[in-house]
Design a protein around this ligand. Structure first.
Ligand code: BV8
Ligand code: ZN
Length: 245
C-alpha cells in the first residue's frame, strides 16, 4: 500500500479530522519559513539576516524599536500579498468541503488558507493582516501590502501592532480551546509543514496521539515528532496533500 493509499484509507474512515499547519505549507507559495530559510534566503533583506524570528517576534523587540519590527512585518505583508495559495492549501480547502468534522489549525499568520477557500481556520498565532492598537486594543483588518506610515496609528493616536502572537505571549484563549478540542476529538490528525518546535502549538500533536488519533506528518524533513506519528510522509505539502483527495 502506498503512503497516499494508507493516508486516504485512514481519512475515509475517520469520524473527525484535524490538521495543524506551519510555515512549510506556504513555502511553495514563495514565503520563507522561519527556520530553514530565514538565515540563508538571498531574497531576505540583509537588514534582518542577523536576526532570528525569536528575536524579532517579541514584545521586547517591539517596545525597543517598533519601527524596525514594523519594517519586518511590512516586508512580510508585501511578500505575502504577491503570493498565491498553493496546491497544498487548496487540497485542505477541498478536504474541508468533503469531510463534515474537519478543523484546520494553523500557526501561520499569512492568511493563505483563507484565500484558498478554507472557511473555518483556527489561527492560533494570529493574523498578519490584523492591526491592534497598543493603547485601546481596537482591532482592524488592513489588507494593504505596504502601509503608508510605520508604525501605523490608531484613531486614538497610539501606535498599532501586528495582530499576531509573539514569543512569550499567550495564544488567544478561545481559539486555543477550540484547537485542543479538535485535536482531542480527531480520528485522524495531519501535521503539515511544521518543525514542531514552537509550543504550545506543537503540543497538539502529542494531545491528538494521546487521544487515540492516527497521526500523519507531511514534511520533507524529519522533525521531533516524526518518531511518534503513525506515518511520517517525507514529501512536500503541495505534492502530498492533493493525493489525499
Ligand atoms: C507561550 C507569530 C505561554 C508571529 C509565532 C523553551 C522550551 C519550550 C518552549 C519555550 C521555551 N522558551 C519559550 C518557550 C515558549 C515559546 C516557544 O515555544 N519557543 C520556541 C522557540 C522554543 N512559545 C511561546 O512563547 C508561545 N507562547 O508559550 O505562551 C507563555 C506566556 C508567558 C510567558 C511564557 C509562556 C507563543 C509562540 C508563538 C510565537 N509566534 N508566530 C509571526 O509570525 O511573526 S511562532 C512562528 O513559529 C510562526 O508562527 C511559525 O508558524 C511558528 C512555528 O514555526 P513553523 O511554522 O514550524 O515553521 P518552521 O520554519 O519552524 O518550520 C518549517 C517546516 O516546514 C520545517 O519542518 C520544514 O522541513 C518544513 N517544510 C519546508 N518546506 C516544506 C515543508 N513542509 C511541507 N512542504 C514543504 N514544501
Ligand atoms: Zn487606539
Amino acid at each position: 500500500m502506498t503512503a497516499a493509499e494508507r493516508a486516504r484509507e485512514w481519512l475515509s474512515s475517520a469520524k473527525s479530522i484535524a490538521v495543524l499547519t506551519g510555515a512549510g505549507i506556504s513555502a511553495e507559495s514563495g514565503i520563507p519559513t522561519f527556520r530553514d530559510q530565514w538565515g540563508r534566503s538571498p531574497d531576505r533583506p540583509p537588514l534582518w539576516n542577523q536576526f532570528r524570528p525569536e528575536d524579532l517576534a517579541t514584545p521586547q523587540a517591539f517596545a525597543r524599536d517598533p519601527k524596525f519590527v514594523w519594517e519586518w512585518y511590512d516586508w512580510r505583508r508585501s511578500l505575502i500579498a504577491k503570493a498565491e495559495p498553493n496546491a497544498g492549501h487548496l487540497a485542505l480547502a477541498e478536504l474541508e468541503r468533503r469531510k463534515p468534522n474537519f478543523t484546520l489549525i494553523t500557526q501561520n499568520v499569512d492568511g493563505l488558507h483563507d484565500r484558498a477557500g478554507s472557511t473555518h481556520v483556527l489561527k492560533v498565532h494570529g493574523d498578519i493582516w490584523t492591526l491592534r492598537c497598543t493603547l485601546c486594543s481596537h482591532e482592524r483588518h488592513d489588507p494593504r501590502p505596504s502601509l503608508p506610515e510605520l508604525p501605523p496609528k490608531c484613531n486614538c493616536g497610539a501606535i498599532e501592532r501586528p495582530g499576531v502572537v509573539w514569543f512569550g505571549e499567550n495564544l488567544p484563549p478561545e481559539i486555543w480551546a477550540q484547537a485542543e478540542q479538535a485535536a482531542e476529538a480527531a480520528g485522524v490528525f495531519l501535521v503539515v509543514g511544521t518543525s514542531a518546535l514552537v509550543y504550545p502549538a506543537a503540543g497538539l500533536v502529542h494531545l491528538a496521539k494521546a487521544s487515540g488519533a492516527k497521526v500523519v506528518e507531511v514534511n520533507p524533513a524529519e522533525t521531533p515528532v516524526s518518531g511518534m506519528v503513525d506515518f511520517s510522509w517525507r514529501a512536500a505539502a503541495a505534492e502530498a496533500l492533493p493525493q489525499l483527495l
